[in-house]
Design a protein around this ligand. Structure first.
Ligand code: NAP
Length: 350
């Protein structure tokens, strides 16, 4: 039963103007439209949910969605002229879907807009732990946290005492992977692109060591310094020259969780890795994974990580930007390393 007045309100949106074949995304590739309106009721006879959007997530995988692909086996391309979509947290304003009621908080794929009409609400998750900051559901308690969890525990098959390397370690996924690996009893080193981030890794997130990859003229030598006996597990977030240097330093039977390769996302033609044969000679398991295949693990993951948060056994850093109008710049910032921690955009706090 609808419980809001039948009113129409303004609905600001951020649209993708056109596909971007290559290069870093720019603010001019996106457009804030302030003239739209929306009726605060789901259509009669629908099975839909109307959300007031609170928090939006900026994620690197959104860049490939801005390019037209013949084969979109990873994620669907965005639609030029339509609002950008991504993970977010919203409050249910009206619902004809039996799982959600007015006033519930949910997370999942929503639009970059003030209100979203979700016509396939089966993909949304209800938020039960409203005592935890709601924005955590686009980060540590959402897709990002699940990526760290599945990627580390399932894909990396860790053993106590192993040597773990994490790239983009001060970012959303990396900060969590590093802490899982430490809690598991591993030796953990992270790389990041500024001294401020390196310092955070060592002082806040408990990494054993960390280095600024931008200051290292030879990444192979840098890794040798931190892993004189080689790397057992690499949590791959960046690709390119870092992956090449890591392969050189991997131990026999090492494992690489290929989570992402952000250094390649703005390139039309990916850079080559010249030493891929080391995967054979060192019997390395290099396994790619896409988190959308692993949402079945969400309940188990949520239970464990909510507990860790409540007991303050895990740290989590957000980089918060206020206002939908600042979302394009925040997304672009990911590719310049401007975010320190998980990039969150606040559309509204309630
Ligand atoms: P994030 O680390 O919070 O933000 C991206 C970071 O990447 C930037 O802050 C920057 O940090 C680094 N970076 C940007 N351009 C770079 C470049 N050219 N070379 C090296 N580093 C660069 O992002 P996230 O959400 O945690 O994502 C991390 C990785 O996980 C991405 O590759 C993403 O695609 C992947 N991911 C995959 C899945 C999956 O299902 N497989 C799910 C979620 C995320 P620095 O300052 O350190 O350079």
């Amino acid at each position: 039963m609808a419980s809001v007045e039948d009113v129409v309100v303004g609905n600001k949106q951020v649209l993708l103007k056109h596909f971007i074949p290559e290069g870093a995304p720019k603010e001019t590739d996106m457009e804030l439209v302030t003239t739209g309106t929306i009726r605060l009721r789901v259509p009669e006879g629908s099975n839909a949910v109307l959300l007031k959007n609170l928090y939006l997530s900026c994620d690197p995988y959104m860049r490939p969605r801005m390019t037209k692909h013949e084969d979109s086996s990873y994620v669907d391309d965005f639609i030029p002229g339509a609002p950008i979509t991504g993970f977010g947290v919203g409050k249910v304003v009206d619902s004809s879907y039996s799982d959600f009621r007015t006033g519930d908080y949910v997370w999942g794929q929503i639009g970059w807009e003030e209100y979203s009409l979700i016509t396939k609400p089966q993909g949304l998750f209800k938020i039960h732990h409203t005592e935890i900051p709601l924005s955590y559901y686009i980060g540590i308690l959402g897709m990002v946290g699940l990526t760290a969890y599945v990627g580390f525990y399932d894909i990396c098959s860790p053993k106590k005492g192993e040597r773990v390397f994490v790239s983009a370690a001060a970012g959303a996924v990396g900060q969590i992977v590093g802490q899982f690996a430490k809690q598991f009893g591993c030796y953990v080193v992270g790389s990041a692109g500024s001294d401020e981030k390196v310092n955070l890794l060592k002082t806040k997130f408990g990494f054993d060591e960390a280095f600024n990859y931008k200051k290292e003229p030879d990444l192979t030598k840098a890794l040798k310094r931190y892993f004189p006996e080689g790397i057992d597990i690499y949590f791959e977030n960046v690709g390119g020259s870092m992956l090449e240097a890591v392969l050189q330093n991997m131990r026999i039977k090492g494992r690489i969780a290929a989570c992402g390769m952000i250094s390649q996302y703005n390139l039309e033609k990916p850079e080559g890795v010249h030493n891929l044969f080391l995967i054979v000679s060192k019997r390395i398991r290099l396994e790619g994974f896409v988190i959308f295949d692993h949402f079945g693990s969400y309940p188990e993951f949520e239970e464990k990580v909510v507990q860790l948060i409540k007991e303050e056994k895990i740290k989590y850093l957000e980089d918060i930007v206020e206002g939908l109008e600042n979302a394009p710049a925040a997304l672009i910032g990911l590719f310049e390393g401007r975010n320190v921690g998980k990039q969150v955009v606040v559309v509204s706090r309630e």
